[in-house]
Write a protein that binds this ligand. Sequence first.
Ligand code: NAD
Length: 326
Amino acid sequence: MKTALVCGAGGFVGHHLVNRLKEEGMWVCGADIKRPEFSASRADEFRLVDLRDPAAAYACLDREFDEVYQLAADMGGAGYVFSGENCAEVMHNSALININVLDACRKARVGRVFFSSSACVYPLFNQQDPDNPTCAEATVYPALPDSEYGWEKLFAERLYLTYARNHGMTCRIARYHNIFGPDGTWQGGREKAPAALCRKVAMAPDGGEIEIWGDGEQTRSFLHIDECIEATLRLMRSDCREPLNIGSEEMISINGLAREIALIAGKDISLRHVPGPLGVRGRTSDNRLIRATLGWAPSARLHDGLVKTYRWIAGQVAATEAAGER
Ligand code: NAD
């Protein structure tokens, strides 16, 4: 039986990945500092560990794994990453996790290692036009990420690439672009735009108003979690040594995203623009390289993923409100 370790298995992507690996019949170990929030992990074994501690990382690799997925990171949406208040923690925590997990994989002679980098590595100067951002893989240098989170991801990419070169390891690197879907953080400050907007719309009355950070004209693209997992597995099991974008090319403004969610909810909602942390003016995935290399492209439209996500978050909001009234 093939075996996998998923670091960050208590988080959004890691939890979905564990489910998918179990469906494939693998033996799966999950590792995280916390358990998944919304449903129990299907991992055969779940280790509650702090991967900033080298001893904990080495202990997780105490058996042979065919595949290790390194998704653990100190991470959140714009409110967490772009506020400027968490930068030291983000860099310190995520760098330690990456250094520890990767070296433990080297020592344990793991077959394949996957690392989840981010679209946040791309330079600020290529993402100032909301209608025309440039995020092709080769444009990452000269580097100027717009956040310390992005700088740490870039450092970690180089770490994985260097270990592959110097230690003969097989490492695969994805640059995820805004992954969303059910079972993800939807409140508390670390949630990302689709979840935050679904929550705001779900909580607003018909004819009500929701807040949007900035003018809402900044553009992004969003990839549903099921598509992300499919692309992740294809990349992991490919012979592609370079980082690849995993995202959608269906670009939409934040105002457009909010209106789409309101439509799905069947509510008439107006938008009130307020100051808030924003990020770059425009960003979308460039999928030319992944299409050519892996033959992968998203199979569904943004709308389809938003319908599933809105339903799930509206259910969470209703359950939370009902619990509050009891
Ligand atoms: P997440 O925050 O839901 O999951 C990350 C997990 O890492 C969490 O469960 C957290 O508890 C765990 N973790 C943090 N510190 C730890 C520690 N010291 N020891 C052990 N575990 C620790 O994030 P996610 O959305 O599932 O993202 C997964 C990965 O993909 C992350 O590396 C993230 O940076 C990257 N990524 C995600 C997106 C996205 O849109 N979700 C976009 C780009 C990149």
